[in-house]
Design a protein. Structure first.
Length: 254
């Protein structure tokens, strides 16, 4: 059964790459690390994935303290094997929806979105943990074929305790976001709760920056930062940083 699901997943990944070969690409891992500023970073590891060939080309060493596996042994077959059996069908449905979403984007927008959803993975010691998977395209061709992606898995076991999986597409560089997308549903734009500046402040809050440090980063006064903080809490209906970050993760604001 799992082999059939894996074959179906490979078909999706091949389709998103338009059946093309990525060619040679030197893995500039340090450059990819800089991309982590668009992800919510807790305990995490990251990968470079080649969809047309269905190959994980690089896995960071931080996978070992999180899942217990060595980077060299972590390939797609293993990933499919350690997904929780109850989550596996949803994983495939979400991957099909992700493929469909990326295929309908014009080529110039393929690298302006990240997909995100969560599911459970089995660690080497047999325990399950919930990870948030976030993906951006790092290589495509002139036709919009996705040739390589940057994948981040963040441990959110301490934040999310229910088993409802949620798929979202988060727009970058001013593109609209699509939150809580249902498989086989038409994509409708989600209402933007926070402004672009408020999202910048929110990200720095999530990184435990003080108001003074946020002000220096964004070249605004601490008083203005305080106003943004109040507006963020008011708009989101939260009262603590923990509650705010939890809601932000659930809604794709980070």
């Amino acid at each position: 059964m799992k082999k059939l699901l894996f074959d179906e997943a490979r078909k999706n990944w091949l389709e998103i790459g338009h059946h093309k070969k990525p060619g040679d690409l030197k893995l500039e891992v340090e450059l990819y690390k800089k991309m982590l500023n668009i992800f919510q970073v807790g305990d995490f590891y990251y990968m470079v994935f080649n969809p047309p060939e269905g190959i994980i080309e690089y896995t960071s060493s931080s996978i070992t303290p999180i899942l217990g596996y060595e980077p060299s042994e972590f390939q797609l077959e293993m990933l499919m094997e350690i997904i929780h059996p109850d989550d596996l069908p949803y994983f495939l449905d979400f991957e099909t929806t992700v493929t469909r979403f990326w295929k309908q984007l014009p080529p110039e927008k393929v690298m302006k979105y990240k997909s995100r959803y969560d599911y459970r993975l089995k660690k080497k010691n047999g325990e399950y943990m919930r990870i948030l998977q976030q993906i951006v395209t790092i290589q495509s061709d002139e036709h919009g074929a996705v040739l390589r992606t940057f994948v981040v898995h963040t441990d959110i076991s301490h934040i999310k305790h229910d088993h409802k999986m949620m798929l979202s597409f988060v727009g970058l560089e001013g593109e609209p976001s699509y939150i809580d997308v249902q498989p086989d549903a038409n994509f409708s734009k989600s209402r933007e709760v926070l402004t672009s500046r408020e999202k910048e402040v929110l990200y720095l809050i999530s990184q435990d920056y003080s108001s003074e440090a946020i002000g220096r980063c964004l070249n605004i006064s601490p008083k203005t930062v305080g106003t943004h903080r109040k507006n963020i809490y008011r708009k989101t209906g939260t009262h603590t940083v923990t509650g705010l970050i939890k809601l932000a993760l659930q809604n794709g604001w980070l």
